[in-house]
Design a binder for this molecule. Sequence first.
Ligand code: ADP
Ligand code: MG
Length: 410
Amino acid sequence: MNDAGSTRSPARSRSARAAALLERLAALPASDGDATAEAPVLVRAPGRVNLIGEHTDYNEGLVLPAAIDREIWIALRPWDRPEVELTSAELDETRSFRFEGLAPAAGRERSWIDYVAGTAWSMRVAGLPLQGFRGVLDSTVPVGSGLSSSAALEMATSWALAVPGASRPDPAAMAAVAQRGENLYVGVNCGIMDQFASAAGRAGHALLIDCRTNTFTPAPMPPGLAVVVCDTGSTRRLGSSAYNTRRSECELGAKLIGEREPGVTSLRDVDEAMLERNRDRLPEVVARRCEHIVCEDGRVVATVEAMRVGDLEALRRLFAASHASLRDLFEVSSPELDAMVEIAMSVPGVVASRMTGAGFGGCTVSLVEPGAEVALRGAVMTLYPRLTGLKPQVYAVATVDGAGPVVQAS
Ligand code: ADP
Ligand code: MG
């Protein structure tokens, strides 16, 4: 199922997409308890690409993702039953669960429905009312490529389950609810960035998220630059175990520094001078991990400013420094990601390029001058398979608003 959604073009008009999904909903075989009198509802949630600030979220640091026009949509009919029946169009698979007795260990199926049930469980724990429904979902977010199909699924679910008229927590709080579902119910130890970006995204902007305070500031995208995502087509081998190791190394670094420096509870409290003062206390690998995190937070702040003033040279430098740091200090890049960045930076008009997401495979993100998207796509499609033997995907993406009901032009 690893390519679910990846071949679908987001270019299809919204109305055509809505019509196809509603048709699919209407075609479901009849079921008793189906509240056919209720009008169908359409909700959506975007995937995201992180511009910069990698592995900083679980260190209470700064990240700069943008919600993108690769989205999961759910068409649904509310019903009176306290349960959900959902069909994934990509997988052509229908799964269901009941609200009663939802609990992390007991309910888990080790399938995609866990992300949906986990969101329901976490919403209920947060005291939010749940609306049962029967629905169909479709997606243009490639699965497992680092564009956060899982967070898109969770945030779309949070809207699908919402009781009409009930008050809804703000996007930051709702993102935290969904993150708890993924952490505790699905059992994936993710930070809050993905859900936050999918919930709170704003068209024309990236979001500067402070993962310590769970607050955000919209940061205008640099005018005239396009965002291009290149998928290396390589699986995130060793991804989750290496991710957990990196988290422990960062926690150990904060703990060891905190033994000497009052008030340090996470790497967010450490600056470069403090890290240098304490380097002798840290195992060499831990010191390198800490150096990446401490400097990456600074690069996020500098990137927001460079985007604001349109400083292309600074953007190039900051993306390059982030990529090199992830490759050499944090050691989460891969030969495929390095090759993809190298190819992109050899194309005239590509301003900046780096790996994005947790690493070990997945995607790169590039900022590109008008007209250079075609040359970038051509270079990647020709050179990348030669270098790696893998088939890449290239997505020109646009920034969009965060999750909510689908608004259609009338
Ligand atoms: P990503 O980087 O895309 O978030 P994850 O491994 O975190 O990768 O999440 C991918 C999982 O999300 C899939 O294995 C599946 O369980 C679920 N998922 C994503 N998109 C869909 C879809 N269209 N239909 C069903 N499940 C999906
Ligand atoms: Mg995910």
